[in-house]
Design a protein around this ligand. Structure first.
Ligand code: KIV
Ligand code: ZN
Length: 521
């Protein structure tokens, strides 16, 4: 693959199975709209992901629709749908992936004593029978079937080997070995994968896959240990998104192989120059900001602050950099656009940043760009990315901000006058609060009429300077459901109001993730 930084000579390929849209989307508050999922799937396909787990079709109509649309559109990747060991799950997954050029059904059932007894309330023999019947049913739909023993790393080995052997006999072509609760340590995970290879007689008929959660911060280390033991597929997510502490991060695995080919002689099909763009896309869609010091994609991953380091970098970048920012698609910040930039330049800039918008979306984005350029002298690449991601993010919102005025005095008055358009009808309110943000959030709650609980509120700057756009993040909880919202705006209070509304809109959208309650992650 062109541009890739992964050394491919004389090395074995490790397949990259991305589950950002399934396990990643299961993180509380990370749910995405159909449009966002389609964009991410396209980016994953373009970057060279081998298998995209596009969702869990039985979970909701939204999940089904997303998997089926991704299946229709995918150019190269195998499109996979997840299914429990139930007939209706498998049938629904098969229906969702049927238009894919290449499709896979991933079916799973818990095999650990703890899960079988308390979660499934089934005897091991019943679970064993389900392994056979579920894989057999999935094989009636596609030749590419993956089977997972959920909570695999806490499963008794004899039972684990018996189930894997039965799954392969029934037609499974990939055996995934989940560390569902992120409990394993690398040497142990290595030995467990070796145990599978040495004790399952027909294991040569399947590819072994890793699926490691990050509860102890060991997801990537465990995945790499699995590969060293013989696994040839890694399940991972962009930015390490996923249940609880997340999954193994795709970018870390890929750059690990690319950078340390001397110790890890494997390659992937990923074009690493697409990593930064995919990371931003996922962080924006899922409303999960990337921690500043996150490996590979954090804001500080290539920043050199101390004088000694800067001096070394100027003399030779290799003094403190083990990979180049360019190799993961990070370009130097460029001051590119301003209020005199026209449509053509803007279209070219979007292309350079990796956006491919339809005509209507382009026109709307251009209007917002002009508006921003009128208010902000320097418009950087990050400003444009934030603007486009906002557009994708908020254009389906049923409740929109029409106007807002906030008055704050040293005497302690904080008042917000607000007009919202709620499904096309305007509603005006005026509310006081203990501070400006409190007044704004109370005003929105009063206008909409619900009582969501604020789980998180934060603001950071998109770029440097006092005229930088404020990036506001809000996470709300209502009736046991969590939703996140984000908006970038030159004004902090407006950004906060829009982010709150964005989260509120998402809370109000019926997503019906009912079946996901049955999953561990
Ligand atoms: O963590 C897990 O066990 C899972 C399975 C569905 C593979 O996500
Ligand atoms: Zn998982």
């Amino acid at each position: 693959m062109s541009d890739t930084t992964t050394e491919t000579h004389n090395t074995e390929q490790v397949r990259i199975f991305d589950t950002t849209l399934r396990d990643g989307e299961q993180s509380p508050g990370a749910s995405m709209t159909l449009e966002e999922k389609l964009q991410i799937a396209e980016a994953l396909d373009d970057m060279g992901v081998d298998i995209i787990e596009a969702g869990f079709p039985i979970a909701s109509n939204g999940d089904f629709e997303a998997v089926s649309e991704i299946a229709r559109r995918a150019k190269n990747a195998v499109i996979c749908g997840l299914a429990r060991a139930h007939e209706k799950d498998i049938d629904r997954a098969a229906e969702a992936i049927k238009h894919a050029k290449q499709s896979r059904i991933h079916t799973f059932i818990s095999t650990s004593p703890l899960h079988m007894k308390f979660k499934l309330q089934m005897e091991p023999d019943q679970v064993y029978e389900k392994v056979i019947s579920s894989v057999t049913r999935a094989r009636n739909y596609t030749d590419d079937v993956e089977w997972s023993p959920e909570d695999g790393t806490r499963t008794e080995t004899d039972f684990l080997y018996r189930c894997i052997e039965a799954a392969i006999k029934a037609g499974a072509t990939t055996i995934n070995f989940p560390d569902t609760v992120g409990y394993a340590v690398p040497e142990e995970y290595y030995e467990m994968v070796r145990g599978i290879i040495e004790n399952v007689p027909n294991i040569d008929k399947a590819v072994i896959s890793t699926h490691c959660h990050n509860d102890l911060g060991l997801a990537v280390a465990n995945s790499l240990a699995g590969v060293r033991a013989g696994a040839r597929q890694i399940e991972c997510t962009i930015n390490g998104l996923g249940e609880r502490a997340g999954n193994a991060a795709l970018e870390e695995v890929v750059m690990g192989f690319a950078t340390r080919a001397d110790r890890m002689p494997y390659h992937t099909n990923i074009n690493s120059r697409h990593i930064a763009r995919a990371s931003k896309l996922v962080a924006g869609a899922a409303n999960f900001p990337v921690q500043y010091n996150k490996a590979i994609v954090g804001k500080n991953a290539f920043a050199h602050e101390s004088g000694i380091h800067q001096d070394g970098m100027l003399k030779n970048a290799e003094t403190y950099e083990i990979m180049t920012p360019e190799s993961v698609g990070i370009k130097g910040t460029s001051l590119v656009m301003g209020k005199h930039s026209g449509r053509h330049a803007f279209r070219e800039k979007l292309k350079e940043l990796g956006y491919d918008l339809g005509e209507n979306a382009f026109q709307e984005a251009f209007t917002r760009f002009k508006d921003l350029a009128d208010r902000k002298k320097h418009v950087y690449d990050d400003d444009i990315a934030a603007l486009i991601d906002d557009e994708i993010h908020t254009h389906e919102d049923a409740i929109k901000l029409v106007s807002m005025s906030v008055v704050t005095t040293t005497e302690g008055t904080h008042r917000c006058d607000l007009t919202l358009s709620i499904r096309g009808e305007n509603k005006d309110v005026a509310v006081q609060g203990t501070g400006s943000v409190d007044a704004i959030f109370n005003a929105i709650k009063k206008a909409v009429g619900g009582e969501p609980r604020l789980v998180h509120y934060g603001v950071d700057a998109v770029t440097g300077g006092t005229d930088a756009q404020a990036n506001a993040h809000v996470r709300l909880e209502m009736d046991g459901r969590i939703a996140s919202g984000r908006t970038a705006e030159p004004d902090t209070l407006l950004a906060s109001a829009r982010a709150y509304l964005n989260a509120y809109n998402r809370l109000l959208v019926e997503r019906g993730h009912a079946a996901q309650g049955a999953m561990a992650g």
